[in-house]
Design a protein around this ligand. Sequence first.
Ligand code: NAI
Ligand code: MG
Length: 498
Amino acid sequence: MTLTFDPHEIAETLYHGQFCPMFIDGKDVPALSGEVIDVVDPASGRALATVPRGGVEDVDAAVAAARRAFEGEWSKFTPYDRQEVLLRIADVMERDWEKLCVSDTADMGLPLTRTMGNKRRVIGMLRFYAGQATALHGDYIENSISQSMVSFTTREPVGVVGAIIPWNAPTAASIWKIAPALATGCTVVLKPSEDAPLTPLMIARLMQEAGVPDGVVNIVTGTGREAGARLAEHPDVNKVVFTGSTATGKTIARAGVENLKRITLELGGKSPLIICKDADIDKAVPVAAMAVYAHSGQICIAGSRLFVAREIQDEFIEKLRDFARGLKIGHGLDDGTDLGPLINRVQAEKVEGYIAKGKAEGARLVTGGARPEGADYAGGNFLEPAIFADVTDEMTIAREEIFGPVISVLPFDTMEEVVTRANATPYGLAAGVFTRDLGTAHRTVKKLKAGSVWVNMYHAIDPAVPFGGLKMSGYGKEGGVEHLQAYLDTKAVWIQTE
Ligand code: NAI
Ligand code: MG
């Protein structure tokens, strides 16, 4: 991608260490405690900005604002009005797309070519939900009790939605949580990750510009333990939508029990990607590599268990190694960067811990896994893309979500065997298979226990296609028409006509 602007220059104008307030009831506010959190550029370690360290009282204020808006001005918006607002948000976000992407990249490291490349999906999502806003309806139901009784259903917004998102895709995750809420008439309090809070703050202000009334979308920055936990347990929050780790997802589900919140959880994965012996190897190699290295492995759907047919294993690993070595590691804002940094030092050390464990448990490190050297990498959390061969199912690196640029190659002999092994995980988010045989493709898809299965491809996500996990990868779908159903309640109405 050739850029027509200088991303570093935009980054300088956006953030130069200043304080970025949070957004409650349409106003810029600090935390009531006055405390702040430092936000750093993971590629350089440089301080970008500070944001409020929102706590219980700030979340309570945001939920109160969201409740007032839900019952007040927002409830007067017709589906057409909400559709118009969503379409205007799409327009202003499209206008400011470069700025939004520079902000995301500066904040969490993903190469700009990747954040920019999400445009069709993210802007398209807003327009998709705008379309859905005017397509909501109840049903007229013929009852068997009496012809003088009329029975029908209405679909009503669940109310105040608490959204908690991770750091790996702040723009896309914000829109995926907020757009269906706006389409259905709900209001939102969103807590971004403490590791990447900046772009959601920008998005909320663009939504205000697009005509979203005060209190409909509120952003509370803060830590998970403080602001996140309060939002998850808040008695006046009707629904929580969460994307993040399985451990935190369980905590959130527990916190929601008290007022029986509706909950959608999009959690972790250890997704299998199966390369059959008849696969088109040259097509499969770059896809298998980027199934993990996209976003330096920090992506829930990472195809981190790469099952390769034993007959083609040597050739495949050699080509995968060459591909990995050709990837350019660097600052996400630099031209030509393929692989950005990991989000923070803790995450980089966690991944290094997995690499050490892989070696200690007998896997063979084919390439990568070290910190790249040189002035360009000073202060950043960079790791070379790693490939382990001779991995067995019991090894830690084959079982746990690493969330880093590490591929484990596991050889297999038969399709029956590989499907059983692929499913032998607590997770069930995604899976992939490469084969040129249509029968093999269909049979394998049918047996794989995962929320999304890709054949001869990986990674595709679209607003119109449902996405979400099985098993410990969570429940509830985002995307598709069923997404909106999770933001609606059904009311049954009976009328005696005689
Ligand atoms: P996390 O799941 O703890 O954080 C995600 C969001 O939840 C953040 O906004 C955080 O502030 C919030 N949160 C944390 N604890 C909370 C609580 N008790 N109540 C309510 N909200 C809470 O993930 P984190 O700490 O960023 O990363 C830890 C590990 O989780 C990573 O190393 C990775 O393995 C995994 N992870 C997986 C993701 C996925 O999409 N599969 C996304 C992010 C992290
Ligand atoms: Mg955490």
